[in-house]
Design a protein around this ligand. Structure first.
Ligand code: ADP
Length: 398
């Protein structure tokens, strides 16, 4: 079975075509700058060079049509006809309280997804555009929606309710939802398989550290707490997101700087975090270079805040779950930054976390990096959200 996985953002479409018979990737790519000047597509068939194609792409439907055109092109494509694709899996950011797992998409599901737009006005509309486009271009193909929030629907009430009047939850469903669920689910399960542990009885803390970062406490295969909340801005210090911030500071800034709710959203989501604190970059590699090699104090402070937040959450989740068996690192930073993993696990032996620095000297492959003495097993597990979406798609349409 061949599954096309689509991740539609406001101006981009990332895609991967997977052959589920042997879990291999047939092709992958990304269309960028949709609806803007200079749209382009980067496409790569497995084992071949990446190619770049330019052309004006006005909307998501044209973008998906273009991608399919490239995939079925006799010279540069990877399949003969569209018929070879058995199903399409979509990444959907917000499923609210409605979606507790992945679903086959039909008109009723689309209507419910549209109701969730209010909760994720920036993310859900482009996800839906991808669904509308596939419905128009391939009306007979089954489509499945896989939600970033669904895995966290197992969180107990005490971990998802905020300390605000209950009427606001009743009226607007203001609560913590959590995101990166597909990654937290995949990595925690895969880590247990890798270590030969029973997922249903193991306590895992997964650190998904990328441009967007979140930590999740998973007890017996169920998310019990996670650092992102009502929106992805809560929790860790991220590339451009502030993470945890006193509400008093938010209202004070809005008042003093005469900032509208929309501008405040932009400030705390796009101009804060590592980028805002350092004035250097949102990219951790640049921050590490400036902080550790160039003596840039602002970058060093940003890096220290980034690390200290992660440590606080790890400690909190060990306390919350009454222990932890496995600590996993994933995402661009978690998989690749040897320096950060070492810094994050330093002075944590009292909690049962001890790294083997030699084993830690790896990037992006399933590895046990803790020492033999470490009570908690520490692993690097590369995330594979597309594979997980394809697997969910296959399971449902079967
Ligand atoms: P996104 O959240 O956009 O999916 P990624 O998971 O791709 O982000 O992570 C991007 C982050 O990973 C960037 O901050 C980047 O600097 C960091 N990163 C990638 N490779 C390395 C590396 N070798 N060392 C340190 N950080 C890295």
């Amino acid at each position: 079975m061949k599954v096309l996985v689509l991740n539609c953002g406001s101006s981009s479409i990332k895609y991967k075509l997977l052959n589920m018979a042997d879990s291999s990737t047939i092709a992958s790519g990304a269309m960028e700058k949709i609806g803007l000047k200079g749209s382009f597509l980067q496409h790569q068939n497995k084992g071949q060079e990446k190619i770049k194609l330019e052309g004006e792409v006005l909307d998501h439907q044209v973008g998906i049509e273009y991608i399919i055109g490239v995939m079925t092109d006799p010279d540069i494509g990877c399949i003969k006809t569209l018929e070879e694709i058995d199903a399409v899996g979509h990444r959907v950011v917000h499923g609210g309280e409605e979606f507790k797992g992945s679903v086959i998409i039909n008109d009723a599901v689309i209507a419910k997804m549209e109701e969730c737009i209010d909760l994720a006005p920036l993310h859900n509309p482009p996800n839906l555009k991808g669904i509308y486009a596939v419905s128009a271009l391939m009306p007979t193909k089954p489509q499945v929606g896989v939600f970033d929030t669904a895995f966290h629907q197992t969180m107990p009430k005490w971990s998802y309710m905020y300390g605000i009047p209950k009427s606001l939850y009743d009226k607007y469903k203001i609560r913590r939802y959590g995101f990166h669920g597909t990654s937290h689910s995949y990595v925690s399960r895969h880590a247990c398989e890798f270590l030969g542990l029973d997922y249903n009885t193991t306590k895992v803390i997964n650190c998904h550290l990328g441009n967007g970062s979140s930590i999740c406490a998973i007890d017996g295969g169920k998310s019990v707490d996670t650092s992102m909340g009502f929106t992805p801005v809560e929790g860790l210090l991220m590339g451009t997101r502030a993470g945890d911030l006193d509400i008093g500071a938010v209202t004070y800034i809005m008042d003093k700087e005469n900032v509208s709710p929309e501008a405040a959203n932009t400030l705390f989501n796009k101009h804060s975090g590592l980028a805002g604190m350092s004035g250097v970059s949102s990219d951790l590699r640049d921050i590490e270079e400036q902080a550790l090699n160039q003596g840039n104090e602002d970058a060093m402070l940003a890096l220290t805040v980034f690390r200290s937040r992660i440590k606080k959450y790890i400690g909190a989740y060990i306390a919350e779950m009454g222990g932890c068996d496995v600590l996993t690192f994933t995402g661009g930073i978690g998989e690749n930054s040897i320096i950060e993993r070492e810094a994050l696990c330093k002075n944590m032996a009292f909690l049962g976390i001890e790294l083997d620095l030699e084993k830690n000297n790896i990037r992006a492959k399933d590895t046990l990096i803790s020492s033999d003495n470490s009570r908690i097993k520490v692993c690097v597990i590369p995330t594979d959200e597309e594979y997980m979406i394809a697997e969910e798609t296959m399971k449902l349409i079967k």
